[in-house]
Design a protein around this ligand. Structure first.
Ligand SMILES: Cc1cc2nc3c(=O)[nH]c(=O)nc-3n(C[C@H](O)[C@H](O)[C@H](O)COP(=O)(O)O)c2cc1C
Length: 237
């Protein structure tokens, strides 16, 4: 892999020597969004369930999503502004400080897509999409029963990153995994990526990818004043 990588990085540098520059300060917000969201991909999808102060449930997908640490275990969502009224997810998280992130396997992609509809706040999109829910342990919003992974989250930071645009950081209090996506030693289980079969968001409004095209890279280690592949370090066993 190392020789090929060295060859291809030189070839790629030559190809990108002619670049086009975008001055984001001079662009319309929707154009900036279109460019960024079609470039930073694939993105994992958080299928977010929240509840308002009266307990009315809401579900919607959010692909400005990732995990940002293990200690504390935090995830974050990027919630865009909506003209007129904030997105229900934003309003509910602000009101209650709670949300549940469900992950989206290929088999649930269409159901996930149904829940992105811009429905009024009183509409429960889990019911709209015919989804069963399961009560959470520590937060009021339930999780989606068919999703293989659910994270119960409590808001730790709510940052306004633009007019009405939010970054919601939450601590994962409880994680629920379907047994079929876990393998190995039950005391230190591994997640079976193939069994999980998650989808990711790609460019444009409707493009997705599956997470099946895998390859491995051996991580380099610094030893004796140079980087060497970890495979070259004699095993201690
Ligand atoms: C796959 C997918 C990913 C999405 N990701 C985001 C996102 O990261 N941020 C956002 O503001 N809207 C995102 N949306 C749009 C919201 O799901 C949509 O605005 C929805 O109506 C919001 O619902 P709510 O008002 O119930 O929260 C996404 C839509 C889809 C289909």
């Amino acid at each position: 892999m190392t020789d090929t990588a060295a060859f291809s990085t030189a070839a790629l540098s030559a190809r990108v020597s002619a670049t086009r520059h975008f001055d984001f300060g001079a662009m319309a917000a929707d154009e900036r969004y279109r460019l960024l969201a079609s470039t930073v991909m694939p993105r994992p999808i958080a299928w977010v369930v929240t509840a308002d102060a009266d307990g009315v449930v809401n579900a919607a997908p959010y692909s400005f999503f990732n995990v940002f640490g293990g200690d504390r275990p935090v995830v974050a969502l990027g919630i865009l502004a909506r003209p007129g009224r904030p997105k229900d997810t934003a309003a509910n998280i602000r009101a209650t400080g709670e949300f549940v992130v469900n992950l989206v396997p290929f088999a649930l992609a269409e159901a996930m897509n149904q829940t992105c509809v811009d429905a009024p706040p009183e509409v429960d999109e889990t019911a709209l999409a015919g989804l069963e829910t399961v009560p959470s342990l520590a937060v009021r919003p339930p999780r989606i029963a068919a999703s293989p992974v659910g994270f119960e989250c409590r808001l730790t930071h709510l940052l306004e990153t633009g007019p009405g645009q939010l970054l919601a950081v939450g601590e994962v209090l409880h994680a629920h995994y379907a047994r079929h996506v876990l393998t190995g030693d039950p005391d230190r289980p591994r997640v079976d990526a193939a069994a999980l079969d998650l989808v990711g968001r790609m460019h444009g409004a409707s493009a997705y990818t599956r997470t099946r095209d895998l390859f491995d890279l051996d991580r380099p280690h610094w030893q004796g004043g140079r980087a060497i592949p970890s495979k070259a370090i004699p095993s201690k066993e």
